[in-house]
Design a protein around this ligand. Structure first.
Ligand code: XMP
Length: 512
């Protein structure tokens, strides 16, 4: 196994994912809990993640010093490289400017890290994101690759099997990065490549049984793939100790509630309570316009409805949720590792502290596409598993400004037309996520010789591998104009349609 020491990078889980793709089991531990994880796991190697801090600051995080005396291979990435350098007697400085985005490195010397992968003198695209850089190497290290902005783009101490990379091999913008990480864990560390999703499923089932015992669990179904996969996995682990609760907040897409209830009650025979709470949610959303306030209200209300249901069921001690890794990283600033909060994700940010149920979150380490693999492993219908992600707060975060029943109905119709056209064009599976947004902006139009003054509808479609970064889907103009015409003609309340051309970053996928 491999231990990943986390210094709070937004993309630490991508390292774990690359290690899993190499077929190797790994765990992530925050730097200040890494000692215990190390003793428990007895890993074959260590990876030190990136992070937002600067090693030149007095209180910035460090790896436990004994890790460098354990005789194990270590790969330091970005901040991880810098702290390794500092802790071993080298020097890191802040230059005031950094390197961000695409860069090219040149291989200056051979090294086990890229043995069999890169030749001396070859050039490779990498993704840089750093302010500080290594100025003097610790004893035993030598540079093996350089970039324009970083003379020590890759450094190595072969005798100790310590490697430092200034760039991020875990992101897709470093095309050979996955192979580099695979090379490190398999070839340098000699870890066995026996990890698989089937094994993961069995391990999670065992974990769930151990956590829950003979307790009762209620699982919140959201209508999406994540909570469905979590529910089926938990049902497989503990059978009818599980009751699913579908809180219908009235912010679902057209026909979605009927589908979910049908799949669980009829197809799986999993006990399901359908709570119709549209009025409760819409009343509470009245007057709220701030995105975080909306998210927090929905998250909080969701949990309250759950608590009420849990009381009715009686004796349920556990609440199961389909929280995925991107939800966690974008919501949480864990102790000591200061990741920045971008959005309070529903299921995480809205959790009131007074809640007296323990959480069961078996998908917390996975990315969306890994959840789909797990879903297929569990026998969920492929069409269901292939559905685009849908956020917990539903249409509320696709209606910037105040959310009303009328506006939800308008958006539902526009969204259904858009998705129908995407399906008809055979594009559904090529797109990670597509949806309509209803803007709180009215514009003037002309229809049948009359003046109109109605809302603007935004269309979004992105490709992504993991939801962490995304690119716009490049529809052809004929497709977009067909959708725009249909929406304006068929949906009362919309007289203009625009297409969102923003990637993530700098945009996020949802508008709020
Ligand atoms: P953003 O907008 O942060 O979205 O780029 C990344 C992915 O996460 C989904 N999303 C959510 N999922 N609860 C969820 O379960 C939420 O509160 C939430 N907010 C965003 C979003 O749809 C996209 O797939």
């Amino acid at each position: 196994s491999i231990l990943i020491v986390d210094f709070g990078s937004q993309v630490t889980q991508l390292i774990a994912r690359r290690v899993r793709e190499a077929g190797v089991y790994c765990e992530i531990a925050p730097f200040n809990a890494a000692d215990a994880a190390f003793d428990r796991m007895a890993p074959k190697g260590l990876i030190l993640s990136g992070g937002p801090a600067s090693v030149t600051d007095i209180d910035s995080p460090r790896a436990p010093q004994r890790f460098f005396e354990a005789g194990l291979p270590i790969l330091g990435i970005c901040y991880g490289q810098q702290t390794m350098c500092e802790q071993l007697g080298g020097k890191v400085t802040s230059h005031g400017s950094g390197e961000f985005g695409r860069a090219y490195i040149e291989v200056a010397d051979g090294c086990r890290l890229f043995d069999g992968l890169w030749d001396e003198g070859s050039r490779h695209q990498v993704w840089m994101s750093h302010g500080d850089k290594v100025d003097a190497l610790p004893p035993g290290f030598r540079p093996v690759a350089t970039s324009e902005g970083a003379p020590f783009a890759i450094t190595a101490d072969e005798s100790r099997r310590f490697y430092g990379v200034q760039f991020h091999p875990e992101v897709v913008h470093t095309p050979d990065g996955g192979k580099l990480i695979a090379n490190f864990v398999r070839h340098v560390c000699g870890a066995a490549g026996d990890w698989s999703m089937a094994g993961y499923r069995d391990a999670k089932i065992a974990d769930i049984r151990a956590q829950v015992g003979d307790g009762k669990v209620i699982c919140g179904l959201s209508g999406g793939v994540d909570s469905a996969v979590a529910a089926v996995l938990i049902h497989e682990a503990i059978g009818d100790q599980l009751t699913c609760v579908y809180v219908d907040h009235g912010l679902m897409r057209l026909g979605e509630s009927e589908q979910v209830v049908g799949l669980f009650r009829e197809h799986y025979g999993i006990p399901l309570i359908h709570v119709e709470a549209e009025a409760l949610f819409l009343n509470g959303l009245a007057g709220l316009t701030d995105p975080e306030a909306k998210r927090k209200f929905i998250g909080k209300t969701f949990i309250e409805v759950f608590e009420a249901e849990a009381k009715k069921i009686g004796g349920a001690k556990f609440l199961a949720q389909g929280t995925l890794y991107p939800d966690v990283i974008e919501s949480v600033s864990f102790t000591g590792g200061p990741s920045v909060t971008i959005k309070s994700h529903h299921n995480v940010g809205g959790l009131p502290e007074r809640m007296n149920m323990a959480l069961v979150e078996p998908l917390r380490e996975l990315f969306k596409d890994e959840v789909r693999v797990l879903g297929r492993e569990l026998g969920l219908p492929p069409a269901f598993v292939g559905r685009h992600p849908f956020p917990g707060p539903g249409l509320a975060i696709r209606i910037p400004g105040e959310v009303t029943k009328d506006r939800c109905d308008i958006l539902r119709q526009a969204d259904a037309i858009y998705l129908e056209e995407i399906r008809n064009a055979g594009l559904y599976d090529a797109i990670w996520q597509a949806f309509a947004v209803l803007l709180p902006v009215k514009t003037v139009g002309v229809m049948g010789d009359g003046r109109t003054y109605e809302s603007v509808c935004g269309l979004r479609a992105v490709t992504s591998v993991d939801g962490m970064t995304a690119d716009i889907y490049p529809f052809d103009a004929a497709f977009l104009s067909r959708v725009a015409t249909r929406i304006v003609n068929e949906v009362g309340g919309i007289n203009r349609v625009v297409y969102d051309y923003t990637s993530k970053p700098p945009g996020t996928i949802e508008w709020e």
